[in-house]
Design a protein around this ligand. Sequence first.
Ligand code: C5P
Length: 234
Amino acid sequence: MNRNHAFWGVVPAAGVGKRMGADIPKQYLPVLGKPVLQHTLERLLSVEALSAVVVALGKEDGFWPDLPFANHPRILVADGGKERADSVLSALNRLEGIAKADDWVLVHDAARLCITRADVLKLINILEHDPVGGILALPSSDTLKGVSDGIIVDTVNRNHVWRALTPQMFRYGALKEALTTAAELGLTVTDEASALELKGQTPRIVEGRPDNIKITRPEDLALAAFYLEQQCCE
Ligand code: C5P
């Protein structure tokens, strides 16, 4: 399909995954015989619309060369940073002179290996003519409580609360500017949408699949294996 703007993937993969308690970073733990990051990148590369995917890697990362992407024509690498947002910004800088300001960037966590091609295409199709962009998200099925010092101080109306997933899709120029401003102001942003929100923008949400989980704790590995096997039968 002819499109006005290119689409680029960005995968922050420079975290250490402290909550996993493993001795290798969580993006390299095996699921169904393959490292998490390999699953994630294979899924993203199956989306032909993505011209290339930039992977932000930790400086001490000795595992990447064992993955089959070293000479892949649609994979670029960048140095990761201290926080997730620093890794994303570094990957965006790698696209300097390659991506145009109005091109789309889809930022996707390395640790979300169950992302489906269908969900990426849904995000692209719904947002590609939007001025700002948006994110995959899920309505909350639990009642959410505001808590302070172990005491409930508030009950959040769950009709107004969604869980932010990835990919998060924004214009290259706007995203870079928003993350740069957040960094200059010393503000911590844990996803791309919050950086855009700080700029007064109003990102949209697109309902994603509940199996797009992020590997965070050891038990998530078995759950991811289950979802990947289920998806193969769809
Ligand atoms: O730790 P968390 O699960 O929130 O990390 C989300 C994603 O951001 C992971 O894919 C992780 O590798 C990445 N990350 C990064 N650079 C950091 C911290 C996290 O690329 N400094």
